[in-house]
Design a protein around this ligand. Structure first.
Ligand code: HEM
Length: 147
C-alpha cells in the first residue's frame, strides 16, 4: 500500500467518526436546548470530540491534498469535473464547514447560559453537517461507502 492509498483509506474511513460524532452532538444539543436542560460535562466532551474529529479530518485532508492525482494545477484543472472538484471545491467546502464547527464551539464555550451553549452547537454544527453531506454528494462518490 503506497502513501496515497493509505491516506485515502484513512480519510475515507475517518468520515464515519466525524459524521457520527457531529450527528450525536447535534441531536443532543437540539434536545437539551429545546428541553431546557443544563449544560453537562457530557455535553462539553461530546461537542469537543466532534470538533477535534473535524480538525483531524482537516489534517489528513491536507496530507492527501499533496498526494492525490486529482489535485492538479494546470490549464485543464477547471475544465474537468474530477480535478476541479478535488483541487478546489472539496477543499473550500470542507474548510468552510470545519470553520463553522470551530466558531460554533467557541460561541458555545463563551456563552454563560446553558440555553445559549446548546443553541450555538445546535445551529452551527447542523449547518456544518449539511455542508459536509452536500459536499460528499457533489463528489459523486458514495456518502457512506468506500470508493
Ligand atoms: C469534515 C471534513 C471532510 C470530510 C467529511 C471529507 C470527506 C472525504 C471523502 C468522503 C472523500 C472520498 C474518499 C473516497 O472516495 O474513498 C474525500 C477525499 C479527499 N479529500 Fe476530503 N473530506 C474532508 C475534508 C477535507 C479537506 C479539508 C481536504 C483538503 C485540505 C480534503 C482533501 C481530500 C482529498 C485530496 C481527497 C482525495 C481525492 C482522491 O484522490 O480520490 N478533504 N474526502
Amino acid at each position: 500500500m503506497n502513501a496515497y492509498s493509505f491516506f485515502l483509506h484513512l480519510h475515507s474511513g475517518f468520515r464515519y467518526l466525524v459524521l457520527l460524532l457531529l450527528l450525536l452532538a447535534i441531536i443532543r444539543a437540539w434536545a437539551d436546548w429545546l428541553g431546557k436542560k443544563a449544560y453537562s460535562e457530557g455535553n462539553r466532551k461530546l461537542n469537543l470530540f466532534a470538533m477535534i474529529s473535524a480538525h483531524t479530518m482537516l489534517l489528513i485532508g491536507i496530507i492527501l491534498y499533496f498526494l492525490s492525482p486529482f489535485v492538479q494545477f494546470n490549464s485543464q484543472t477547471m475544465k474537468q469535473f474530477d480535478t476541479r472538484y478535488w483541487t478546489m471545491e472539496h477543499l473550500v467546502g470542507m474548510i468552510i464547514a470545519i470553520a463553522i464547527i470551530t466558531i460554533g464551539h467557541s460561541k458555545s464555550k463563551k456563552a454563560a447560559l446553558p440555553e445559549a451553549k446548546h443553541k450555538a452547537i445546535a445551529i452551527y454544527y447542523t449547518l456544518a453537517l449539511l455542508i459536509i453531506i452536500v459536499m460528499i454528494v457533489l463528489s459523486k462518490r458514495d456518502l457512506l461507502g468506500m470508493s
